[in-house]
Design a protein around this ligand. Structure first.
Ligand code: ZN
Length: 466
């Protein structure tokens, strides 16, 4: 598989350090709110990377943290008059719900800052001892200039960075490029931990260096996240981790592109800010997932009603292919004919196209096209009926490929037909038998309004959900 590596700015062959366990770290959410569509993109994209590697037979250790100590959490807790831990615990639970709706698998480990405080303090202390960090009045700062390779990930040199940096009023750091590893407590009601520098809490960047090391080791295979994290967050992680271990931190860095809303940058102040929880009121989680995978992960993607409707239609086409095959399986009989066997063998072409696309830097857009080509071929093959075995084999390959994308996993979407709908379908069949076509048409229209299309096939009536 080839991966575009932000560090080298090249597409490179992916070679894991240990073939028996691929180590991936993805920066997780700051848990003070429901996550928005922009946050959802890295969760879905890198979950798809993991699913694909597992599909190729790899064993993946996947770590995604929860930032549960942060100014935003502290502020929200103050507003609501509750403890910071109450806010973070709530939104961790809400994260799991929305991630599940998007078919994002739980990470192998979801470490939290609050559960890694001893390790974080030890890491900061090591950096001080190694001469890469210094203390001022209970704050600890990283001496950016001491790290010779600073800027290598984001492709900037230290002079350019310096001209853009300035020391704010109240800053205690010696150099504008330095950043906080530990922050002294400012008020008594602020959540804080005991440390060699007094009561305080960690800066943001140090948590990922610490947790990546603790759960995956000094050098990992892939570190991933949104493009907006490249600088300064990931650049600072590199500086901390490589100064600490003297080894390369991550061999491959993957970054997904931005999401715009109706071609504008998403921002709370513009009011064009959508949480996944909100979008789930209008669309199934798989539609959101389909939308997020419909473009290449490195390209910007625009969130709009038009594109969501397109995603909905695209997913419906996949769902209809699945329910069509299920219908054939329940109504047809027999083993494959010689011709059908050849057709099934021919479907391997689409599997290979799918793999080629995914091997090319996780090109999910082309992988989805390969699935649609497969669906067209399946539809052509079963147009005049099929054997039960053929329908089973065709469903198998369809599910094999869509599972890698995390699609067609919601069984209730196409399988479960509500009792009242089934009753109407039965009544319509009865009406048709009795040549009461007016009533039959009436029922058909009623179902149509509820997003149900009925298709009369030689094997009986098929129920298609929109
Ligand atoms: Zn991070």
């Amino acid at each position: 598989m080839k991966i575009y590596n932000t560090l080298t700015r090249k597409k490179e062959e992916f070679v894991p350090i240990d073939k028996n366990e691929i180590k991936i770290y993805v920066c997780g959410p700051t848990v003070y709110n429901y996550f928005h569509i922009g946050n959802a993109r890295p969760f879905v994209v890198f979950d798809t990377l993991r699913k694909y590697l597992e599909y190729r037979g790899e064993n993946v250790k996947f770590v995604q943290n929860f930032t549960d100590v942060d100014d935003k959490i502290i502020n929200k807790a103050r507003e609501e008059g509750v403890a910071a831990g109450e806010v973070s615990e709530k939104y961790i639970e809400e994260y799991y719900k929305d991630a599940a709706a998007l078919n994002v698998k739980k990470a192998s480990v979801h470490p939290k800052v609050t559960e890694n405080m001893d390790q974080i303090i030890a890491f900061v202390k090591d950096l001080v001892d190694l001469g890469y960090a210094y203390e001022v009045d209970g704050d600890v700062y990283y001496s950016t200039r001491k790290f010779k390779d600073y800027g290598k990930l984001s492709g900037q040199n230290i002079e350019d960075l310096e001209s853009g940096a300035r020391i704010e009023v109240g800053d205690k750091k010696k150099d504008p490029l330095d950043f906080a590893l530990w922050k002294a407590r400012k008020t008594d009601d602020e959540i804080a931990w005991e440390s060699p520098w007094g009561m305080g809490r960690p800066g943001w960047h140090i948590e990922c260096s610490t947790m990546s090391k603790r759960y995956l080791g000094d050098t990992i295979d892939i570190h991933a996240g949104g493009q907006d994290l490249t600088f300064p967050h990931h650049e600072n992680e590199v500086a901390q981790s490589e100064a600490h271990s003297g080894k390369q931190f991550a061999n491959y860095w993957m970054h997904n592109g931005y999401i715009t809303i109706d071609n504008e940058k998403m921002s709370k102040s513009k009011g064009n800010f959508f949480t996944v929880r909100d979008i789930l009121k209008d669309y199934d989680g798989e539609v959101i997932r389909f939308f997020l995978l419909s473009g290449h992960y490195r390209n910007p993607i625009n969130f709009s009603d038009t594109l969501m409707e397109q995603a909905k239609n695209g997913l419906a086409r996949m769902q209809n292919a699945k329910s069509n095959l299920k219908h054939l399986i329940s109504t047809c009989e027999g083993a494959m004919t010689e011709e059908e066997k050849k057709t099934i063998e021919g479907f391997d072409k689409y599997r290979q196209e799918f793999i080629t696309a995914m091997d090319d830097d996780l090109n999910t857009a082309d992988a989805i096209s390969a699935v649609f080509e497969l669906i067209t071929a399946i539809n052509t093959a079963v147009k005049d009926g099929a054997s039960k075995e053929f329908a089973e084999k065709a469903l198998e390959i369809l599910m094999e490929l869509t599972a890698v994308l995390g699609l067609l996993q919601h069984d209730e979407e196409e399988g479960g037909i509500d009792d009242d709908i089934q009753a109407l379908v039965d009544e319509r069949q009865e009406a048709r038998k009795n040549k009461n076509f007016a009533r039959a048409d009436e029922i058909r229209d009623m179902l149509k309004e509820r997003g149900i299309t009925l298709k009369d096939t030689p094997q009986g009536v098929q129920i298609i959900k929109e």
